[in-house]
Design a protein around this ligand. Structure first.
Ligand code: UD1
Length: 380
């Protein structure tokens, strides 16, 4: 069986890495007669800076991509269209039996639709998540990708319910668990060992990149005021996404924040201020995540990671497509009102470390193996 694995943007790399590991393990251990899985790793180039791409390949021991589309940035239509045009040629050249896409970025949708139109079966890893907020580009990507997919691999029961409500037949849905957590569990010790110096003192960790938070000057300004107030209580480390960096420069906000870097923050004792860092490699970020007092974010994956690490997480959005991180984890969806953000941090600091809950079902490091077990039974 020949499959193409698609990755395009930063959060895709952590999701595709365990799938590659599980394929390699399957091929080594398969009994005579079992199907061998040949894979090609394709990088669309949606994210292209070293800090958003190459460092993840290095940290996660990912092989060099076999195919690189190099599409780069652009409007949604432009980026999606460019990936579709390039990927159609790839499919015609390689005739895969299956295309595997992960997550909800523009590359995910573009490759799923392209393959489906060529009648190539599509597997979607992390299917069925819904925020029920169609102002998020990712929600459109999720809904459409799931509609054209043949194998829908889910991380939780609510995703199964969402898919059933949308009329997806039960035999297409496979509840396998969370591949991002496979990677987290595999690299957790490595993140502790590689970074010899443990972070000194308490701090809050911040990431922001959603258009709803960073694309409007008044909203970003309000969030920055909240961060300034939080920093009076404990130091704030803010790993800045390139999209957010551009907005900071264009709007001229965050001028009182301290531009810093990894070397500084993990060697010096931190002051009560906001430190702006460039996007961090996976292991460094994981290290910061593990030792944070609390995390403020609008990322989807970080809501899941903090749930497993038992670190309180404030999601600066009005909704989440990952409600299990609230009901079974450490996540609080608080929106982006500055008073509410500050009050929520105060509440977390007063209540201390949350009692440890059991991990959500199948968030156990073996999701990718379950996926490959299903895929290896496909007859081609
Ligand atoms: C994308 C995904 C989002 C995901 C996020 C993770 C979509 C619709 N959005 O958002 O779901 O949570 O990735 O990071 O697919 N840029 C660089 N260097 C890069 C990549 C981007 O400077 O390597 C800058 C460019 O100015 C670009 C902007 O960031 O225009 C946004 O990049 P884009 O891939 O369009 O969306 P993200 O905001 O990164």
């Amino acid at each position: 069986m020949k499959i193409i694995l698609v990755a395009g943007a930063r959060p895709n790399f952590m999701k595709i890495a365990p799938v590659i590991g599980a394929i390699q393990q399957h091929n080594c251990s398969r009994k005579s007669g079992g199907v061998k899985i040949d894979y090609l790793l394709m990088h669309t180039g949606q994210h292209y800076d070293d800090a958003m791409s190459k460092t993840f390949f290095d940290d996660l021991n990912l092989p060099e991509p076999d195919i690189y589309l190099g599409v780069g940035s652009g409007s949604h239509a432009e980026q999606t269209g460019k990936v579709m045009m390039a990927f159609e040629q790839v499919c015609l050249q390689h005739s895969p039996n299956l295309v595997v896409v992960v997550g909800d970025v523009n590359s995910t949708l573009a490759c799923a639709v392209t393959a489906a139109k060529l009648r190539i079966p599509v597997a979607h890893i992390e299917a069925g998540l819904r925020s029920y907020d169609r102002s998020m580009p990712e929600e459109i990507n999720r809904i459409l990708t799931d509609q054209v997919s043949d194998y829908l691999f889910t991380t939780c029961e609510d995703a199964n319910d969402n898919l059933r409500k949308e009329g997806v037949s039960a035999d297409k849905i496979h509840f396998v668990g969370n591949v991002m957590i496979d990677t987290l569990l595999k690299f957790r010790d490595c993140a502790l060992e590689r970074i010899q110096v443990r972070m000194q003192g308490r701090y809050a960790l911040v990431t922001l990149h959603r258009p709803s938070n960073v694309d409007y000057q008044d909203v970003l300004q309000d969030i920055f005021e909240a961060l300034t107030e939080v920093s009076q209580k404990l130091p704030v480390i803010f790993a800045v996404h390139p999209r957010t960096q551009k907005q900071i420069e264009d709007f001229g906000v965050g001028k009182s924040f301290l531009v810093s870097d990894w070397d500084f923050i993990h060697k010096k004792s931190l002051s009560r201020t906001v430190y702006l860092l460039p996007p961090l490699p996976y292991l460094e970020f994981l290290h910061l995540l593990m030792h944070a007092e609390c995390v403020l974010t609008d990322s989807g994956g970080i809501q899941e990671e903090t749930t497993i690490l038992n670190v309180p997480c404030l999601t600066l959005r009005e909704n989440t497509e990952r409600p299990i991180t609230v009901t079974e984890g450490t996540n609080f969806v608080v929106g982006n009102n500055p008073e509410k953000i500050v009050a929520s941090v105060e509440r977390i600091l007063e209540s201390g470390i949350p009692p440890k809950k059991p991990a959500p079902r199948f968030w156990d490091g073996e999701a990718a193996e379950r996926i490959i077990e299903v895929l290896s039974r496909i007859s081609v």
